[in-house]
Design a protein around this ligand. Structure first.
Ligand code: SAH
Length: 353
């Protein structure tokens, strides 16, 4: 048994798409190839978005064979697509170990946005969310996050200009891989997506949020708040038992102070739970002095999960109460509501859930 595990480990191939520019240079050096091959190979993978070494026709054949024998490159593939009337496409992405995650392509006037998953499953347990029902299977590797974007860009032939980390999983629960992924995505030798066009959504893991500030990334942070006080937040999001709103706001202030960038707060509105005038009042009190923006998300009800969507008039009223207190607020534009729009639904269906 132990022998088998050892053999499997020895046979494990190098996940070449997860190597950043420096690691690629080291890898090429270890193969004895000329150093300029590092940039060539990195460009094939991250600029030309090659799925296979055989496409890399300017690399010597023997080198390509060596790569084929020792490395993997195509760890993500499109298993299913649902297209909405508004052009939004939801992809089921197959990973090499049989797991699957979801990615969504949204077309806006200002460009194409892709929403990606950062974990297979999630362990945060938010009561209204479809992604967390089976718990966490595993973290995604940088290659599996990049792969979601690369596959979509190649399939559509259109450039992806914005990336949002709002699919399945809690990005800060997969911290090292996510930070590496962001750096690679914005690498000049890769897709070169500006960090300003990358948004990371988190339920607010405070220590990780503070570490992230110190990474000096120029990304936008979105905090899933969903409640204006700790007691209510705890009844919706178990993670609120560990981190208070006070500590989250403190970390946000640190972020704003260090980066000069404003924070987005996401607030999923649930009928009768967090959508009452007193909640709007409290929320305004909490945020009035912060350089922030509130994004109201009318709940996408998931069968068997908590919550219903409030009536349109209540959503509007909530918004105008915040506006009266001079809080920047928008209601999230609905995209793809005729397909299984809430994250995790397509994956659950695929798993037979
Ligand atoms: N783990 C990250 C990313 C989650 S998905 C986070 O917590 O931020 C992005 C946003 O959609 C989060 O604010 C999440 O709470 C919200 N969300 C998840 N399921 C939803 C649903 N069914 N309806 C409305 N919002 C939902």
């Amino acid at each position: 048994m132990d022998g088998d595990i050892l053999a499997a480990e020895l046979l494990e191939k190098i996940d070449i798409m997860s190597l950043d520019s420096d690691e690629m240079a080291e890898f090429i050096e270890s193969t004895g190839e000329k150093s300029f091959r590092a940039k060539q190979l990195y460009g094939w993978i991250h600029k030309k978005l090659a799925y296979s070494f055989d496409e890399m026709t300017n690399l010597p054949k023997e080198f390509r064979e060596k790569l084929n024998n020792n490395c993997t490159i195509d760890s993500t593939s499109i298993a299913d697509v649902q297209e909405s009337a508004d052009g939004t496409r939801k992809y089921l992405m197959q990973l090499s170990d049989g797991n699957a995650v979801e990615s969504v392509l949204m077309k806006y006037k200002h460009g194409n946005s892709v929403c990606i998953s950062t974990q297979a499953g999630c362990r945060m347990g938010c009561k209204f969310c479809a992604s967390t029902t089976g718990g966490l299977d595993r973290n995604l590797k940088p290659s599996e996050m990049l792969g979601q974007i690369y596959r979509i860009q190649r399939a559509t032939g259109e450039r992806v200009s914005n990336v949002i980390l709002m699919g399945i999983g809690e990005p800060l629960d997969n911290y090292a891989n996510v930070v590496k992924f962001i750096k690679m995505l914005s690498d000049r030798n890769g897709l070169n997506i500006s960090q300003r066009n990358i948004t990371l959504s988190t339920c607010g893991l405070v220590e990780k949020l503070i570490s992230l500030v110190d990474e000096h990334l120029g990304i936008t942070i979105a905090i899933s708040l969903h409640a204006p006080d700790d007691a209510l937040r705890r009844s919706i999001m178990p993670v609120a038992c560990k981190y208070s709103i006070h500590d989250i706001i403190k970390a946000c202030k640190y972020y704003i102070e260090k980066t000069g960038r404003r924070i987005t707060f996401e607030y999923s509105l649930m009928e009768g739970v967090n959508d009452r005038p007193e909640h709007a009042e409290k929320l305004a009190g909490l945020l009035y002095s912060l350089n922030c923006h509130v994004n109201l998300i009318p709940l996408n009800p998931v069968k068997g999960r908590m919550g219903n969507r409030p009536a349109g008039i209540d959503i509007q009223h909530f918004k105008s109460m915040l506006e009266k207190k001079h809080i920047n607020v928008t209601i999230r534009r609905e995209m793809g509501s005729d397909i299984d729009a809430a994250c995790g639904q397509l994956r659950n269906k695929n798993k037979g859930g």
